[in-house]
Design a protein around this ligand. Structure first.
Ligand SMILES: C[S@@+](CC[C@H](N)C(=O)[O-])C[C@H]1O[C@@H](n2cnc3c(N)ncnc32)[C@H](O)[C@@H]1O
Length: 240
């Protein structure tokens, strides 16, 4: 994984647009669906040290640092790491890939993938690496897009014969990457069936201790109603 194109998935060229559109409170999914549950599970793990893989501009590290957790964030995109460091000068942020973590075995009590697994090219290697850097009994916390949602790819919404709008599945069992574009961001995301993620996690000997497909708590009514039509996030907690 050494000679990688630094913009292989569009995140480097999209980094400024992403920074411009992401408030510190997070977007809808983060602010009203995932953040509180992610913090609750992370604190529940009682971990004193956390690695956030695909940390972006470091928002979740900053949230956990406020709870006294010693945080490390890693992301391949230099501008995200620069931003993370400038917003949190005491934090520890490194550029690097999930597939080759520059840490020793057992360095962390908690490893997090917060909406980053679907961006990562080799999840088998990334999960193996996450498990390697976890200490015995450590927790792996994952927020990801649901596979039902990602299978839609670029089909988007369609109007059914009943006149209602639907967000259909598409080639669910076929693993593939699609490019998506919105608000100046153009990135590549992977669709993988849920079974691919579960098998990769089980193959590392992890034990599933929590699973949820959370509903929004609060948020603008139109977004909440749209989410009820097509929920798109899930949260899993695994223990080594
Ligand atoms: C949707 S963003 C999420 C960022 C952050 N976790 C958050 O919730 O705001 C996905 C992140 O995954 C990162 N990423 C993509 N490929 C990666 C890889 N191979 N290893 C680590 N991070 C990767 C991207 O650079 C990007 O910052």
């Amino acid at each position: 994984m050494t000679d990688r194109d630094p913009d292989e998935n569009g995140w480097l060229s999209s980094s400024q647009a992403w920074l411009d559109r992401m408030p510190d409170t997070g977007d809808f999914a983060r602010e009203f669906i995932l953040d509180s549950l992610m913090v609750q599970r992370a604190l529940g793990s009682r971990a004193a040290t956390m690695l956030d893989v695909g940390c972006g501009e470091g928002r979740f590290c900053r949230m956990m640092a406020r709870h006294g957790v010693q945080t490390t964030g890693i992301d391949p995109v230099g501008p995200f790491i620069d931003q993370a460091r400038s917003r949190d000068p005491d934090g520890r942020y490194l550029t690097g890939y999930a597939e080759a973590l520059p840490f020793d075995d057992g360095d962390f009590e908690l490893v997090v993938f917060y909406l980053s697994l679907m961006d990562i090219e080799d999840i088998h290697l990334a999960i193996r690496e996450a498990v390697r850097v976890l200490g015995p009994g450590g927790t792996l916390l994952i927020a990801n897009l649901t596979s039902f949602f990602t299978s839609n790819g670029t089909i988007g919404w369609i109007t059914g014969e009943d006149g209602r709008r639907h967000h259909p599945l598409g080639r669910y069992l076929e693993e593939r990457a699609d490019w998506f574009e919105w608000d100046g961001v153009r990135i590549r995301n992977w669709h993988r069936p849920l079974g691919t993620y579960m098998s990769a996690l089980l193959a590392e000997g992890l034990r599933l201790t929590f699973f949820d497909e959370p509903a929004p708590v609060g948020g603008p009514t139109d977004r909440v109603e749209r989410y009820a039509e097509t929920p798109f996030t899930m949260l899993m907690e695994w223990v080594k």
